[in-house]
Design a protein around this ligand. Sequence first.
Ligand code: SF4
Length: 172
Amino acid sequence: MDLSNHSILGDAVVTTRLDAVVNWGRQSSLWPFVFGTACCAIEFMATAASRYDISRFGAEVLRFSPRHADLLFVAGTISYKQAPILKQIYDQMPEPKWVVSMGACACSGGFYDNYTTLQGIDEIVPVDVYIAGCPPRPEAILDAVVQIQKKMWKEPALELQDHGDFKGKLDD
Ligand code: SF4
């Protein structure tokens, strides 16, 4: 919209809250980092492709540098060997940031109840939204994006993010 067009706006003044403007911008420009280790990552690829088109929700700018990302999708089985890498990626993401645990393996280890597999990523990073399924449908992934957007609206834009005193197994 051309704000200089007086014939449309005339002398109108638009007022709003800073939180509303900042959170509107955040929710419309999510930059996801996908930590994909197994089959769930393929389902995420389907969600990003043209049929489901995650860009309809402003979240198509996938980034594989954590410093560029604000939404971490963990899609797949996480072994204990991978856990410190996942934690480092989370730590390198700037605040504010959000985490989605996608699928049974990321949420709980899935059927890999063994000595090599982390039994849920919430043992090492705080999770905002869990998606059930093996694998979850693309609609469920899009629903998680919408849930994250709704969560943003409740967060004060200029305050430090509240992670609820989360302390994971790899935290000091
Ligand atoms: S939840 Fe199912 S589809 Fe997803 S990574 Fe685990 S085994 Fe694969």
